[in-house]
Design a binder for this molecule. Sequence first.
Ligand SMILES: [Zn+2]
Ligand SMILES: [Zn+2]
Length: 172
Amino acid sequence: MPVVTDLLDLGGLRLSAGEGRTFELAAHIEPLTLGGERYAVLPAAVPVKLDVSRMVGNGYALRLRFHATVTGACMRCLKDAAPRIAVDAREVDRPGGGEQLSSPYLDDETLDLAGWARDAFALALPAQVLCREDCAGLCAECAADLNEAGPEHAHERAPDSRWAKLSELKLE
Ligand SMILES: [Zn+2]
Ligand SMILES: [Zn+2]
């Protein structure tokens, strides 16, 4: 198992210009708060693949790939949800190349792998964390789990005579 790497000294890799290497590392991703709920990220040590290319004329091109599972309450039915998320993120850092070519995760030649993995994971998350893509959620009226109750679950609008009478009146 690769060890958890929070910071990686790219300079220490001693890559020559134009050289690229792939590293199998592991990252710890902090829990996230989404819609006021806490979501943990598993496994505790997420195996990541990091491509590091030293650009000709200085700087680095980086690619980070991994899968991780976000666990917490389904945002529709509140049961356990644990979707697996694929992340494929790239960063370029070229000193003197202006803001667009400056990576927020590189400080000099030290890569903030933990920070990048966390942000890339958060960006890769779907808008809603669901137990399954087509989760039917809860009935708005009685909070029954519609995944179990089925599509025929419905409420008859109980005809209340008083309201029925009222609705017959023409109200200004
Ligand atoms: Zn659900
Ligand atoms: Zn209902």
